[in-house]
Design a protein around this ligand. Structure first.
Ligand code: AMP
Ligand code: ZN
Length: 435
């Protein structure tokens, strides 16, 4: 099933031609904004010199800081009267980064979301409960518009009030959901607590995104709810959800290359990563009018999946699940650790429940990593000896993967703070202890 078969199955040659033309247009539009006007002038680059894909690397990168310093209107490329909506990124500190859309931009974005939803096997017969936050965050409204375009009965539930979410699922026969994977784990706990078998619900497909999570978490959620987990990737700077999405083959996320040019670069040098190698994803908008963004450093680490095209027939290349961010890498006693590695280990252990937290402290001059792990169900009230064995087993598994030995603290299910949106998994007390 396709939403826009012609575009989704376009030949690579045609696609690249289209990208070249659209890049030229996008650069010309960007040059209307105060930010890019200045940026091009500083780089001594006349926008007309960008004639096609081969010139892409001449364009300087755009970073999140560039968006910050352009606050509030510096990146706007059209008169304000043409703008119909703004969103802002969930950045935790300082000035937010704002993204503007014309009516055509919103429609283009909704089309990408519709295409993604259909590729995942969801259609007009589905009841879609959208449990992502509505508001400045793009997760809620983004997929909402796409789902309405597709013709799903769309329930704008938003996150939170988990008892009501479960009631909705039961009463309306919800078949498709969209939420963060960490919230899904919490919902699973609540469903069980209410004495309901999660697999007895009518959920068929779940779109999980907005935060990094491991394949283990996806499989765990699939087994619990009896559904198909679809990985959904996006970021507000590039609209939000609908940038890259798994199709029902689930062999990686198709990145919609008629709307975005993707590059994977070495985060240190900015040069291209070798084919199929992990690097930082860099994206250029091709169709946005209010606020084109060129060569945006996402800080997300992934790779292009090499080899045969996807059996679904879509020609747009696929990216692997996000392996971490260039800025969330932890350096613990000199060892590089990504929170996703910890999660990968934990979610592979049947004793581990649905929530965990990484706490970093500095004791003397040494870093200490403590991993607080919620145990599965009633295990916590078992024998002390049994608990020690589990603790040791988790420590061993972590040591094998991380090349350092964290301390594992077992906690009762439900004691770690539950997340509704993006989970906060890492608590780094090291700076504070240094001061
Ligand atoms: P925001 O702009 O606030 O929506 O945040 C976007 C960021 O969320 C991305 O740059 C990623 O770091 C993260 N993210 C979104 N979707 C996924 C996903 N499917 N897997 C991992 N990380 C994701
Ligand atoms: Zn596919």
């Amino acid at each position: 099933m396709f939403w826009d078969e012609g575009v989704e199955t376009i030949s690579r040659r045609e696609l690249e031609k289209l990208q070249g033309e659209r890049l030229r247009e996008s650069v010309a539009r960007a040059a209307q904004s105060p930010f890019y006007k200045k940026r091009f002038a500083e780089a001594g680059l006349a926008p007309e010199r960008i004639k096609g894909l081969a010139d892409l690397s001449r364009i300087p990168f755009t970073t999140k800081d560039d968006l910050r310093i352009s606050y509030p209107y510096g990146m706007l490329a059209v008169p304000l009267r043409e703008v119909v909506r703004m969103h802002a990124s969930s950045g935790t500190t300082g000035t937010p980064t704002v993204i503007y859309h014309t009516a055509a931009d919103i429609d283009g974005w909704a089309g990408l979301c519709a295409r993604s939803i259909v590729a995942a096997g969801v259609g007009p017969d589905d009841v879609f409960q959208n449990m992502m936050s509505y508001g400045l965050f793009t997760g809620g409204l983004g997929l909402h518009y796409g789902a309405e375009k597709v013709g799903c009965l769309t329930i704008p539930a938003g996150p939170g009030n988990t008892a009501r979410q479960i009631k909705f699922m039961q009463d309306f026969g919800t078949t498709a959901v969209h939420m963060t994977p960490s919230y899904a784990l919490h919902v699973a706990d609540c469903v069980r607590e209410a004495g309901i078998d999660p697999a007895g619900l009518t959920l068929r497909v779940a779109f999980f995104g907005a935060e990094p999570y491991s394949a283990g978490t996806a499989r765990k959620l699939e087994a619990m709810f009896g559904l198909t987990a679809i990985n959904s990737y996006g970021l507000s700077e590039m609209n939000g959800p609908g940038v890259a999405f798994e199709c029902s083959e689930r062999t990686g996320m198709h990145l919609w290359e008629d709307h975005y040019i993707m590059e994977v670069v070495d985060p240190r040098t900015g040069g291209p990563a070798a084919e199929g190698e992990v690097g930082e994803l860099v994206l250029t908008t091709l169709q946005r009018t209010a606020m084109p963004v060129l060569r945006y450093r996402t800080r997300d680490l992934t790779r292009v999946i090499p080899g045969e095209p996807c059996p679904c027939g879509r020609t747009h290349r696929r990216i692997d699940r996000i392996m971490g961010r260039t800025d969330d890498m932890l350096i613990i006693r000199g060892v590089n650790v990504f929170p996703s590695q910890v999660e990968h280990v934990l979610m592979g252990l049947p004793e581990v429940g649905n929530n965990y937290q990484i706490v970093l402290d500095r004791v003397g001059h040494l870093d200490r990593m403590t991993i607080r792990v919620e145990l599965y169900g009633k295990l916590f009230h078992g024998e002390l000896r049994e608990l020690r064995d589990i603790q040791r087993k988790i420590e061993e598994a972590l040591r094998a993967q991380l090349v350092l030995t964290p301390k594992v603290e077992l906690v009762e299910p439900g004691t770690l703070p539950a997340s509704m949106g993006k989970a906060v998994r890492v608590i780094d007390n090291r700076q504070a202890e240094d001061e």
